[in-house]
Write a protein that binds this ligand. Structure first.
Ligand code: PAF
Length: 264
């Protein structure tokens, strides 16, 4: 009998959110494979590729504690043997999609994500793959890629895992200073504060204005990059009150860019 394979692709510096994905995979599959690869193709030239947090020994201990059978830990040359500059084929992402939310500010990011995820799927050949919904736009992209390219993998999205104070778990939280770590949960709290206004028919522009002023009144260290609202397939919406929506945001706290969302 063939064994089912669950796959959790990561960029390492594992946290409890990753562990939730791993536990879901272990529950639903015979074998769980975790990959750790900080994918250069999804980082822009001014982004944090070099400084992205890495601690393989710590990650290995965590995976062992979770009872993970297999870790796939490729080097850049294993994934991009001809270097990125030598690639002829990558996955193209529709411009309308990649010019929304994160894509507007991270040129080429989603092409980089789609390409690495497709490559990893082809190498690992999983039956099921597990992603967190914190990166909601990324989740929809993978969902679309699986559909558009007839991939034989079932996608599972797990809710954003949060610290007890509401901050969405992210490897990048480690960049926060002690003072900024205290401020960071206000992003999620403020996101929820504006939901009633939107549900009652307030415009997204008004919501953004309030979101921005509440955060910047708290601290000048906050800078809102975007606050946008989409339907669950990440299509633009004209009304907020009908149907299921996702409110997505990226906020700089000092130099650290944090993303969060609320599904409503
Ligand atoms: O979400 C991430 O950690 C990355 O974008 C992913 C899916 C592992 C691809 O590099």
């Amino acid at each position: 009998m063939t064994q089912s394979v669950g796959f959790v692709p990561t960029m390492g510096y594992l946290h409890e959110g990753h562990c939730m994905l791993i536990r879901a995979s272990k529950q639903e599959n015979d074998i769980t494979i975790v990959s750790i690869f900080v994918n250069p193709l999804q980082f822009g030239p001014t982004e944090d590729l070099v400084n992205y947090p890495r601690d393989i020994e710590r990650d290995k201990n965590r995976l062992e504690a979770e009872g993970v059978e297999l870790l796939f830990l490729p080097k850049d040359d294993d994934i991009y043997p001809n270097k990125i500059s030598g690639m002829v084929t990558t996955v193209a992402v529709d411009e309308a999609f990649s010019s929304r939310a994160c894509g507007t500010f991270r040129q080429g990011h989603f092409e980089g994500v789609a390409t690495i995820v497709l490559k990893l799927f082809n190498i690992v050949e999983p039956n099921r793959a597990y992603f967190g919904l914190k990166d909601y736009q990324q989740f929809v992209l993978i969902q679309r890629m699986i559909h558009d390219l007839n991939l034989k993998v079932t996608l599972h999205g797990l809710p954003t895992h949060r610290e007890p104070d509401g901050l969405a778990m992210s490897s990048r939280n480690t960049y926060l200073t002690e003072q900024d770590r205290v401020l960071a949960p206000m992003i999620n709290k403020t996101l929820h504060e504006i939901l009633p206004l939107l549900r009652e028919g307030g415009s997204i522009a008004d919501g953004r204005g309030i979101f921005e002023s509440r955060l910047t009144d708290l601290s000048s260290r906050f800078r809102v990059q975007y606050l946008e609202c989409y339907d669950r397939d990440f299509n633009p919406v004209t009304t907020i009150i009908e149907g299921e929506r996702v409110l997505v945001t990226a906020v700089y706290l000092g130099d650290v860019r944090l993303i969060d969302n609320s599904l409503f």
